[in-house]
Design a protein around this ligand. Structure first.
Ligand code: IPD
Ligand code: CA
Ligand code: CA
Length: 247
């Protein structure tokens, strides 16, 4: 199989896995009571996060048994040689267990670390499916999307998210946020990094700043933003992305 077809096959399976996991998560979200466990300060997991991740990995492994996996809930298996899947089974877990509709299934695939070739972000509550693959553009429910054409910073609608797991970074963060706030038009925060990046790709937001994200939070959104004509950089200028969150 040539490289193009190989990438297209990964995209097709990622789309299938995200839709299938989306149905699982939607169904589980109808329960009267969702039990929540705290992994660390302000970092939560439910049984559905784990079940959705297992479900996604099952589908991916069926098609690509030799690919490595990096999942938020189950960690890392395999080596990068044949490519790696990066999975956030529910990005926006707090929204999920509070019945706020902004949560997503986020799945990326890459051959080289931090250079995703395929990204899929699915919001099952709003039936919005964002995807991109390297060189082929970004799409929302089958329609091409582009980042906004706002070129005047003072008109920018920004996403700024406080470092909720790292209160020690509050002063530094709010100082940066103050400067961003005074230079731009307004802020929003949706509680799902993958969704916020996808909204940037669709031109709904113009910029985004957050500290201490995990690579699984942003991998799929990253290629979607890039293919829609946008740019992503580490919050610490010159620092490369890493798998580890700064917490
Ligand atoms: C969280 C979401 C949220 C971001 C947090 C992430 P989770 O992911 O992406 O928007 O602010 O930093 O941890 O825990 O819901 O998968
Ligand atoms: Ca996440
Ligand atoms: Ca998650």
């Amino acid at each position: 199989m040539n490289q193009e077809k190989y990438i297209a096959h990964h995209l097709e399976v990622a789309l299938q896995a995200s839709k299938s996991a989306g149905s699982l998560v939607l169904e589980a979200g109808k329960a009267k009571h969702i039990s929540v466990r705290s992994k660390q300060k302000n970092d939560f997991v439910t049984e559905t996060d784990q079940a959705a991740e297992e479900h996604i990995i099952g589908i991916l492994k069926e098609h690509f048994p030799d690919d490595a996996i990096f999942g938020e809930e189950s960690g890392k298996t395999g080596t990068h040689e044949r490519g790696r899947w990066v999975i956030d089974p529910i990005d926006g877990t707090t929204n999920f267990f509070r019945s706020i509709p902004n949560y997503t299934i986020s799945i990326a695939w890459e051959m080289e670390p931090f250079k995703p070739l395929v990204g899929v972000v699915y919001n099952p509550r709003q039936e919005e499916l964002f995807w991109a693959s390297k060189g082929h553009g970004a799409f929302l429910n089958g329609q091409p999307i582009r980042v906004s054409d706002v070129d005047d910073v003072s008109k920018a609608l920004m996403v700024c998210v406080p470092p909720h797991r790292r209160h020690d970074l509050a002063d530094e963060y709010f100082e940066r946020m103050r400067r961003i706030f005074l230079a731009t038009s307004d802020f929003r925060s949706l509680g799902s990094c993958a969704l916020e990046l996808s909204y940037i790709a669709a031109g709904r937001f113009d910029g985004y700043f957050e500290r201490c994200l995990g690579y699984y939070d942003l991998a799929a959104g990253m290629i979607i933003v890039q293919e829609a004509g946008g740019k992503l950089e580490s919050a610490d200028p010159g620092q490369p992305f890493t798998d580890e969150r700064c917490d």
